[in-house]
Design a protein around this ligand. Sequence first.
Ligand code: FE2
Length: 200
Amino acid sequence: MEPRLVSVPESLPTKVYGTEAAGISKATHDNHLALWKGYANKTNEIRKALAEMEIDPAAANQVYSQMRALKVNYAFAYGGYINHAVYFDSIGGAGGPATGELGRLITECFGSFDRWAADWKATGMAGRGWAFLGFDHAEKRVFNYAGDSQDTFPAWNHTLLLAMDVYEHAYYLDFQTARMKYIEAFMQVVDWDAANARLG
Ligand SMILES: [Fe+2]
């Protein structure tokens, strides 16, 4: 049976281009779309390789083996695919304080929206690649996680509500090395409706 493949749209949803007023340019998004496609392509390539390979458990090895290369890089490729899917859905909104049920949860877990926002900005500065707002189904709470790579996730049993890419490719064109300025621009265009929709 053929493996199920993932794909990305040829162009980003138009709401994303509404971030230009906040300083995140169309050129940045267009370049970023190409990177996102790369993650989708590699995810598909690894799925096909796994579907077609002769699997020999005795040949698998933690130092180096074909299975190790495929499994470790699969988490990176598909992680990158999902992180970017949520990232592009996280922006292009009205920004401002969180709304709806997510707004209530943020206030409950952080004390106030402002405290959440300070924590989010700090998390974005502390992470090497991502800030993730995750909903923990076990404890019914939200938390800002730092992600150092495409395959560093929160603990299990979370739903990813917001993803903020803090790799330099997400902002260097517009803000050079001023990551905080980019984070503040992101805050101005957060799509709380989309985040609430993921909360379900
Ligand atoms: Fe990215």
